[in-house]
Write a protein that binds this ligand. Sequence first.
Ligand code: FAD
Length: 465
Amino acid sequence: MGKNIGLFWLKDDFRIRKNLALFEATKNHDQVVAFYLYKKQKFDHQEAQKWWVSRSLEEFRKKLDKYNINLEIIKIDSYKKFFGKLFSYKNFSIYWNKTYEPNYLKFDDYLSKNFKINEVDFKILKGNILNEINDVKKADDTPFKVFTPYWRTAEKIYLDKIPANEKIILKCKKKISYFKNIIDEKEISPRKKWFNKFEKYWTPSEDNALLQLKNFINSRIENYSEGRNFPNLPGTSKLSPFIKHGQIHVETIWDECQKIKKIGSSKFLAEIGWREFNHTLINNFPYMLTGNYSKKFDKFPWRKNPKFLSAWKKGLTGYPIVDAGMRELYSTGWMHNRIRMIVGSFLVKHLLINWMEGEKYFKNCLLDYSEANNISGWQWVAGCGADAAPYFRIFNPILQGEKFDKEGEYVKKWVPELREVPKKFIHRPWELNNEKILKLGKDYPKPIVLHEEARQKALSSFKKI
Ligand SMILES: Cc1cc2nc3c(=O)[nH]c(=O)nc-3n(C[C@H](O)[C@H](O)[C@H](O)COP(=O)(O)OP(=O)(O)OC[C@H]3O[C@@H](n4cnc5c(N)ncnc54)[C@H](O)[C@@H]3O)c2cc1C
């Protein structure tokens, strides 16, 4: 193997467009190999994502093939051990894009130091973000803790340095292999064939991400501000798993929205802004990855209640909008944002269960699971995050259902045992009192807690902190 080999370390960057590390590798080398490191333990609590990653590897391999680039998957126990061996090869240059999570960024420092010592050429490039984490700061050089001023500043900074032209990946002269003991992507699949259902809903490819973005912009973005609240409508982009795994770069989303300048695009881009904001939060306040951002919540009297937790996970709480959401999550690997807020609020406020339990379950089930968004989302719901919903604002699952799923279509889709329940009772089936239509407690559970009682308990628990 000559010195001219370029290695591209593939992480969450399953795309050709705006993939700076891949671009640099093909610009500087005639022969390039892409490699993906599969550390099984990393996915032990991210079952659903195994399916997305496995399918993404399959799709991306086909794409890279057209550029004469081999994609090799290596099973590892430890990143340090793997790179420790690689340092001694020295017949390559290596490129990768940043992943904006504190552990990855810390590891980048470790690798930089060691590649330098070993005289290996390496380049770490900008990953899937608009602004680098430290580019957006307050005037006093401290990080923003509130979203609105953050995004106002972030947008201006980004506008000043939008990349002028797109870098195009080049076709390599010859396809080569590099690593030994490579594995097939099929080795990365979740347990229990659970994933079979996902096939119906998702195709994890770059082409599909672009198509989905274009369809959304052409037909739905104008109604986004309103439509994004209704879980039975296709009101949002459903791009989150593609963004998480880098099938699409957020700069591409920005560019496409700017081209059309339709109403709704600034609201849509502001949601991309929340993603950026969440990444700056976890990197500036990494302690929030394992605990409350707001320390006063350390004293919150959470309750351990395995029976309630299990009912919540299974979608058997007796509150139709909550149960529909939890079943949508399990069946599709995704849940609508409003419903994430409702089920999250129900867990932490009605059941008084620590948000970390919800975070853990979402992590295992979400195809779009992202450390930054999931942790910040849960802390927002629980009231302990930066710029969070106040704890005392407690979502009423009945009124939320009646407002955002007026006809009960969403509930009926995911909770079929309520299909015959008239609209008037769909979000309060315990008031129906008609055993011919629904035997409460048999066909469908009675509410596991009563809303008003639970609300009072939550408020008095909150007073304790
Ligand atoms: C408790 C909780 C947990 C969450 N966990 C995750 C998670 O693990 N991964 C994840 O990507 N999102 C998470 N979110 C945020 C949000 O629910 C999803 O990003 C959104 O539902 C994805 O659907 P979409 O692609 O159709 O969004 P759209 O409305 O089309 O938005 C476009 C993109 O903007 C970003 N975005 C949208 N809303 C938010 C938000 N509130 N916060 C941060 N980014 C946002 C996402 O990348 C999304 O794909 C969570 C929210 C809550 C309340």
